[in-house]
Design a binder for this molecule. Structure first.
Ligand SMILES: [Zn+2]
Length: 292
């Protein structure tokens, strides 16, 4: 593997995260709260990383945002809980799960205390929503920046950036005049810092200082846009990301020209559009022949 891309593994390897089987949603002072629960003698599943690579984590969070954006907090909580059960608890406990403590996996007392008494694995839907929205916005803006810097047409990207007019002129050239705005946006975006920690073998290791799945996702986004576009898709950790023309979700492309995600409904829609285009072409040809 090319050395330049070896960092791509970092988000997957960096941290121990916990996946819980059960969550409870409750209402407290009008806020919907989500709490991980453990039965007696239960422990969460521990993962090195998130049970998926950084790119998938990044895209799955964007898709979670799109699926809950029109829903109220109570209904959105169900989608968020399903995401947590599939992937990982989104926020790290104030007290980290220590990398070097593999025995922690069987330490039911520790987990009971941390989860059920300290409430370390509790968060509110409102905070999660805000974090999802901010990641989604950064994602669309930064993917648009990348295309702009490559002098590609960004009109479809701009149509999705509905919350601000700040970039309305990004479809005009020269591109150099946009560099100031791009730089200002990047400076404001939260980045990833590094820290020295102990790894699973109890050895010193430089690792990213992630506090939530959102930090890991932003790291994946940053790496994705930093890799030159002329590298082939699926080379090392490079993947192609596109917006599905049917459902609007972000997905990882299997090939350069794929326009629809793998959702069966979107595949059906693709086939319908294909046959409609074929039909239109046939009518056009018939008309052309009639007037010829
Ligand atoms: Zn789709």
């Amino acid at each position: 593997m090319n050395e330049d891309f070896s960092l791509g593994k970092m988000s997957a390897d960096a941290r121990l995260t916990a996946t819980f089987k059960y969550y409870e949603k409750t209402e407290q002072n009008g806020e919907i709260i989500i709490t991980a629960c453990l039965g007696e003698g239960d422990v969460p599943r521990l993962n090195r990383g998130y049970g998926l690579d950084g790119n998938e984590l990044w895209l799955s969070l964007n898709n979670l945002y799109q699926s809950i954006r029109e829903k109220n907090d109570t209904t959105a909580a169900d989608d968020i809980i399903s995401w947590c059960q599939q992937y990982a608890h989104p926020y790290y406990a104030s007290e980290d799960i220590e990398e070097y403590r593999w025995d922690i996996e069987k330490d039911t007392e520790y987990w009971d205390f941390s989860t059920n008494i300290l409430g370390n694995f509790t968060f509110d839907v409102h905070t999660m929503r805000k974090d999802l929205e901010s990641l989604y916005r950064d994602t669309l803006v930064i993917l648009m920046f990348k295309k702009c810097l490559e002098r590609l047409d960004v009109s479809t990207d701009l149509a999705q950036i509905t919350w601000t007019n700040e970039f309305a002129d990004f479809n005009s050239f020269p591109m150099q005049k946009h560099l100031g705005k791009i730089s200002a946006y990047l400076n404001k975006m939260s980045g990833v810092t590094m820290k020295l920690g102990l790894d699973e073998n109890g050895e010193l290791k430089v690792m990213p200082d992630f506090h939530s799945v959102f930090d890991a996702a932003r790291f994946a986004l940053s790496q994705y846009v930093s890799i030159p576009t002329d590298y082939p898709i699926a080379y090392a950790d490079r993947v192609g990301v596109a917006t599905c023309e049917c459902c609007g979700r972000l997905f990882i492309k299997n090939g350069n020209r794929q326009k629809y995600c793998d959702n069966p409904e979107c595949k059906k829609e693709r086939n319908r559009r294909k046959s409609r285009t074929a039909y239109r072409r046939k009518i056009q040809e018939e008309n052309d022949n009639r007037w010829a």
